[in-house]
Design a protein around this ligand. Structure first.
Ligand code: RUQ
Ligand code: CUA
Length: 655
């Protein structure tokens, strides 16, 4: 243990030295500025012009997905996923609340890390983007025509859903791996009995190719390690999935020391095709559990949440030849597969070198049973037998590797704050560039596919410090855009990001921009409380429950005068936006509401609940500046005492 502590100390020391270097580098860079090069020109997107790529940056602890244009770094949209969003009412309206339902009840927040775009034949196809929620394990699917979260599935038997959400090359599966191992089923037991008793679930969620609907196909119940990151095999290794592990020591306390004892942890190689076949032939065990499956119906825009009470679990020992461990030095974090599918890179956070495994050698070792022991009955392959190569002393604290389309890899180094470019196959370091500061993931558009678009590399940095004007103790995170078309990477741009982007995914804009929906057709509106014509405008009372069927169009509400509401009522405003034009949303807000406004897209219906607590005449108004007469887009609700006999009445345009 002493040794480890010393080692950690030396890392910290080096980190200190390196950050001084960074300071120098930064001064140098500032001195040159963008003026020495034409960097500014290369990220300049003229007014009215469009960016070349959509970049989807995970929101981290904001729980959302940030949509940025690249190369400009302009924020285009905050797309709500796992967290309530008052900007448009996500998670506040009656239609969207079920999307945030879980087996723990309504959970209006999460920590989202890794988006991944759907693929066909290993190439980005732009149908959907998936992203994980860590804290209450969930996977979301977002449609890239509407940029709306269409589905969220909870992952049972999982905790800290981190090695997620990564997809196979035809989007057959989206995969979710547990970071924390836990007792399965959950039970009251001593934490000290962790070792040998906790389980790590790796979940394979099938995706319907027509609708995108997700369903948990099976959960592989692995030993109680921490499963950190994962990536699919591709091309020749399609059919396999790789997961980094740490804490193979199965320590339950002070992991910073105790989980760094083993010289090597593992990458778990999972032959999912083999397990799929086993499951399709009746293998696996239906196990009681509870998880929520939430679906947004895209015709009505009403979400439903269903609690599912069983899941198919698979014991890896029941499917011989499906799961192997590849020894990988020192608590690997990132687990990355190159575009050819041959090389699997484990980035050992505490290792001096980068280890690259060979898929071909792995198959050979499996076939010839060149094992080096086993862990919980799962064969461990011999390190030397599967080693493709080592990138020697590339930097300190490697985290993640991305790939371009020219056979180069780009690894991020947290401690030495740099991106290092190296050659796949020769393992030679070609270039290194400092980042400001302490980079986590890097991203190349299509970098997790068979066809990367190797023009830009974006570093997502964990520490911002002095890069922008100070904003008090709390700063946004900082991303940096590099041009990677030449031999050397060139820093072009810094841009601030919301939340904490971990991973990001980007796609050429031309693949999706023409499919982007402009408005919803009223004739397709299947909302059960839609009001499609003025003759259907009405208010109905059912005891204390009042339903207002309202419409909005430039620049009035119908009705805009409402009387007969009483203190203690629960008023549902079902509001339909009758506009049939691009970019004419209207908002609805009412004084005293305990939720948010709602922003209603043209052709859609949304519902806000209001529980008036005070007698009076209370205004409501449109929140989105929709026309020259937007300020006139308003109305009043008269609220009478609870025992009032005033009948319901409503009107618009009446004196
Ligand atoms: S993580 S900074 Cu949540 Cu992907 Cu590595
Ligand atoms: Cu409608 Cu402002």
């Amino acid at each position: 243990m002493k040794k480890t502590i010393q080692y950690l100390f030396s890392l910290v020391l080096i980190a200190g030295l390196v950050s001084c270097n960074n300071g120098d580098n930064q001064k140098k860079l500032r001195g040159q500025g963008g003026l020495a090069t034409n960097a500014a020109e290369r990220v300049y997107v003229a007014p009215g012009e469009h960016d070349e790529y959509y970049g989807f940056f995970s929101g981290g602890f904001s729980g959302q997905l940030g949509v940025y244009g690249l190369p400009s770094g302009r924020l285009l949209k905050v797309l709500p996923v796992f967290s309530q969003n008052p900007e448009n009412g996500w998670g506040y309206t009656e239609e969207t609340k079920p999307m945030l339902n879980t087996s723990f009840g309504f959970v209006p927040w999460d920590d989202s890390h890794h988006p991944d775009i759907s693929q066909t034949d290993g190439v980005l196809d732009g149908r959907w983007i998936f992203i994980n929620g860590n804290n209450t394990p969930r996977i979301a699917r977002i449609g890239l025509e509407t940029f709306k979260t269409e589905e969220i599935i909870e992952i049972p038997n999982s905790a800290g859903n981190h090695s997620s959400s990564f997809i196979t090359e035809n989007t057959e599966y989206v995969v979710a791996g547990t970071r924390f191992s836990i007792p399965v089923p959950q039970r009251d037991m001593s934490i000290k009995e962790y070792k040998g008793n906790f389980k790590g679930a790796l979940t394979f969620i099938s995706v319907d190719q027509e609708t995108g609907r997700m369903a948990i196909k099976f959960q592989l119940m692995m030993p109680g390690f921490n499963y950190d990151l994962s990536h699919p095999g591709r091309d020749k290794s399609h059919g396999w999935f790789f997961f980094t592990t740490y804490n193979t020591e199965e320590s339950h306390t002070l992991l910073e020391v105790n989980a760094s004892q083993n010289d090597k942890d593992f990458i778990a190689a999972v032959n999912w095709k083999k397990i799929e076949e086993y499951v399709n032939n009746g293998g696996g065990k239906m196990t009681p559990t509870r998880y929520a499956h939430n679906v947004m119906d895209m015709d009505s825009h009403v979400a439903t949440s269903t609690i599912i009470e069983e899941v198919l679990t698979v014991d890896p020992l029941d499917v011989p030849g499906a799961v192997f461990f590849l020894p990988t030095p020192k608590s690997p974090h990132g687990c990355d597969v190159d575009p050819t599918g041959e090389y699997i890179i484990g980035n050992g956070k505490l290792s001096a070198d980068l280890t690259v495994h060979s898929f071909t050698k792995m198959l050979d070792a499996i076939e010839n049973e060149k094992f080096d022991g086993e862990a919980y009955g799962i064969p461990i392959l011999n390190f030397e037998d599967i080693l493709a190569g080592v990138v020697k002393q590339p930097g300190l604290g490697p985290l993640h590797t991305e790939f371009d389309d020219k056979g180069n890899a780009y690894t991020t180094f947290f401690i030495s704050s740099e991106v290092v470019k190296w050659k796949v196959g020769t393992w030679e370091v070609l270039d290194r560039q400092p980042v400001f500061y302490s980079v986590g993931h890097g991203m190349i558009p299509g970098g997790n596919s068979r066809k990367p678009f190797g023009k830009y590399f974006v570093a997502m940095n964990k520490i911002t410090k002095d890069r922008y004007l100070p904003t008090g103790p709390e700063l946004t995170h900082s991303a940096q855009l590099f041009d990677i078309t030449g031999d050397k990477m060139e820093l072009l741009l810094d841009f601030p990001t919301i939340g904490e982007p971990h991973y990001a995914a980007a796609i050429p804009a031309e693949i999706i921009k023409d499919k982007s929906k402009q408005f919803y057709r009223l004739s397709d509106n299947k909302h059960p409380h839609a009001t499609l014509k003025s003759s259907d405008v009405r208010i109905e009372r059912n005891g204390k429950e009042v339903h207002v069927y309202m419409t909005m169009i430039r620049s009035h509400f119908n009705p805009d005068n409402i009387e007969g509401i009483k203190v203690g009522d629960k008023v549902y405003f079902h509001v339909t936006n009758l506009e049939q034009d691009f970019d004419v949303p209207h908002g609805f807000a009412i004084i005293g509401a305990n939720n948010a406004e709602m922003l209603i897209m043209p052709g859609a219906t949304e519902t806000l609940v209001w529980e008036p607590k005070q007698v009076g005449v209370w205004p409501f108004y449109c929140t989105d500046f929709c026309s020259a007469l937007h300020q006139e887009m308003q109305g009043y609700v008269r609220v009478s005492p609870a025992d009032s006999n005033l009948p319901l009445s409503w009107s618009v345009g009446e004196d």
